[in-house]
Design a protein around this ligand. Structure first.
Ligand SMILES: C[S@@+](CC[C@H](N)C(=O)[O-])C[C@H]1O[C@@H](n2cnc3c(N)ncnc32)[C@H](O)[C@@H]1O
Length: 422
């Protein structure tokens, strides 16, 4: 499986979260089983569905070949946009239904859908455009977009449990995926089928849904970390850049993706996300991206040889300084000066996706020599960027906020030089 940060195989940064079981509440989803006679051969034939209570055991297994994974569709989800999942009952009952049901009941979901519609209406933030070279279609800013602007807020149209790849025979899984897309309302179905395919991998089994999943899907976490992949039709139009100007976050409570700008963007500039871990040299990035079936033509990869060498040198220094600043032994050379240089390198390299981590290390480095003012200055920058880029996880945000409230109580305070406390 290919690793793309978010895209299928992608999410290198694995968002971890603990799922607490909620009492079961009625699922907003209809569970559909396919009747054998109407198993769609090519995904175009309209399948005939049985609702849960109408299906007997034989029918349940007729098309899926499994009773562990089923096709769940809610045609009314997110203002009638609709969503389909190929997943287990346990995911639907616990991770999806309960969470969404609570949102439905509290009206959060309706409010979120309305707010998201406003993002689109107010926005006109971007337009799809055919890009130069081998990139296909991409998104381009239609107006100046300041850093931190929410430009996309959308749920997926199709979600598939990754373990179905191991447990369900290919043919049955492909049939379930086709049935799932076939059950979507027309708009979501045509957007899903309109995504880039192209048989990049040569192994899409000639199946148009599988092909789109392999080219466009993002890894998400529902019940376990990184357990599903999902098609988001707008975010999927965003091309990769090794120095992107946008980031995305998945919110499992509303099952939605949010995409933010992380740099000021000029009108006409392409909006990009990173499919990979960005702290990597040119060769490392090239190798990973090639496993995705394309050669990256972003501005960092198109630099002349000398520019690429400079950038690789900066990546080497970023790694070295990070190691030093993470070393809390007596031999550590992690000083505030080194931390300032680290932050500068991130800025020069335009690595805004991960700069929050550099600021966090810098806040500790200042705190370690009991420089309260600069520790707080760095911590507030860490939070400013971290709120946009630290995915899903509250851990780093919480730790940094606690640090800001009481730096002297943090485990790093006074740990280096300037009056050791241990
Ligand atoms: C998720 S899609 C992005 C949207 C796609 N360009 C389209 O037309 O729908 C990923 C595909 O876009 C192309 N692509 C994305 N970023 C690229 C880049 N930096 N350089 C070259 N091709 C890129 C590759 O073909 C890749 O498989």
């Amino acid at each position: 499986m290919r690793i793309k940060r978010g895209l299928l195989g992608a999410c290198i940064i694995s968002p971890t979260w603990t799922h607490s079981m909620q009492p079961h509440s009625p699922a907003p989803f209809h569970v559909f089983y396919l009747d054998k006679a109407s198993c769609p051969a090519d995904g175009r034939a309209a399948p005939r569905f049985f609702k849960d209570d109408e299906a007997d055991a034989a029918k349940k297994q007729a098309c899926t070949g499994t009773d562990r994974y089923k096709v769940y569709t809610d045609a009314h989800f997110w203002g009638e946009r609709g969503i389909s999942l190929v997943t287990t009952e346990s995911v639907i009952r616990s991770a999806v239904s309960d969470g969404l049901d609570r949102h439905y009941r509290r009206g959060d979901m309706a409010a979120a859908a309305a707010a998201a519609a406003e993002v689109v209406a107010r926005g006109g933030a971007f337009a799809e455009r055919r890009m130069d070279g081998n990139k296909g279609v991409g998104l381009v800013a239609r107006r100046a977009l300041p850093r931190g602007e929410l430009i996309i807020w959308e749920p997926p149209t199709l979600v598939v449990h990754l373990s179905a790849r191991r447990h369900v025979p290919d043919e049955a899984r492909l049939r379930m995926q086709r049935a799932a897309v076939g059950a979507l309302p027309l708009g979501a179905r045509s957007e899903t089928l309109g995504l880039m395919g192209g048989g990049h991998w040569g192994d899409g089994d000639g199946d148009e849904i599988e092909d789109r999943l392999r080219t466009n899907s993002f890894i998400i976490s529902l019940e376990e970390p990184m357990d599903h992949h999902a098609l988001f039709t707008q975010t999927s139009r965003m091309n990769h850049a090794c120095r992107p100007n946008c980031v995305y976050q998945f919110d499992r409570r509303t099952l939605t993706h949010k995409v933010y700008t992380i740099q000021d963007v000029e009108p006409g500039q392409e909006l990009t996300i990173s499919y990979i871990e960005p702290i990597a040299t040119y060769e490392e990035r090239r190798r990973i991206i090639q496993t995705w079936g394309f050669n990256c033509s972003c501005s960092a990869c198109e630099l002349p040889e000398a520019g690429r060498r400079d950038s690789d040198r900066s990546i080497g220094l970023i790694r070295e300084y990070t190691r030093e600043l993470q070393d809390w032994s007596d031999q550590s050379r992690g000083t505030p000066g080194l931390a300032e240089r680290l932050v500068r390198l991130y800025r020069e390299e335009r690595l805004y996706t991960d700069i929050a981590d550099a600021y966090r290390l810098a806040s500790w480095a200042y705190g370690a020599v009991r420089d309260r003012y600069n520790a707080l200055r760095m911590a507030s920058s860490a939070v400013r960027f971290g709120l946009l880029t630290w995915r899903e996880m509250g851990m780093r945000i919480n730790d940094t906020l606690l640090f800001m409230m009481d730096p002297e109580a943090h485990w790093t305070w006074g740990k280096r030089g300037g009056g050791k406390v241990w």
